[in-house]
Write a protein of this length. Structure first.
Length: 136
């Protein structure tokens, strides 16, 4: 049988698994942002970095067409600098070491070597809807 120490160790592992397992399957609800509140995103080709209060993190939004918007984590995977969208060249650029990404967050060039994290986002009526679970 188990001694007291072994029992506590096994009980702790079981409790940890039972506690963490349901959380893993809970999906966050999408968030809605009113387009009227973000003047920069009303026009195609414009962008903005907004702080999402619920997750306490910034999100880079790029208005790619009348019907589409992209949402990305603006943290460069190379040295964790905050990237910015360059409207003139239609690319996301890291100001620290010049890594470049396309508007979908796909790596193009520079020292980063990885894509930016993309989130599911779409436009519905006068709202930007974003799901902060990873897109992929």
């Amino acid at each position: 049988m188990f001694n007291h120490r072994q029992f506590l160790k096994v009980a702790g592992m079981v409790a940890g698994v039972l506690f963490a397992w349901p959380i893993r399957w809970v999906k966050a609800k999408p968030l809605g942002l009113k387009l009227d509140k973000v003047e920069k995103l009303k026009n195609v080709g414009r962008w903005a970095i907004l702080k999402i209060k619920i997750k306490k993190k910034p999100v880079l939004f790029i208005r790619t067409s009348e019907d589409t918007i992209r949402a990305l984590d603006p943290t460069c995977p190379h040295k964790k600098c905050q990237v910015q969208y360059n409207e003139k060249i239609n690319q996301i650029v890291c100001p620290c070491h010049k890594s470049r990404f396309n508007p979908d967050g796909k790596y193009l060039d520079g020292p980063a070597k990885k894509d930016l994290t993309a989130y599911k986002a779409y436009l519905r009526k006068n709202m930007i809807v974003i799901d902060l679970d990873k897109d992929h």
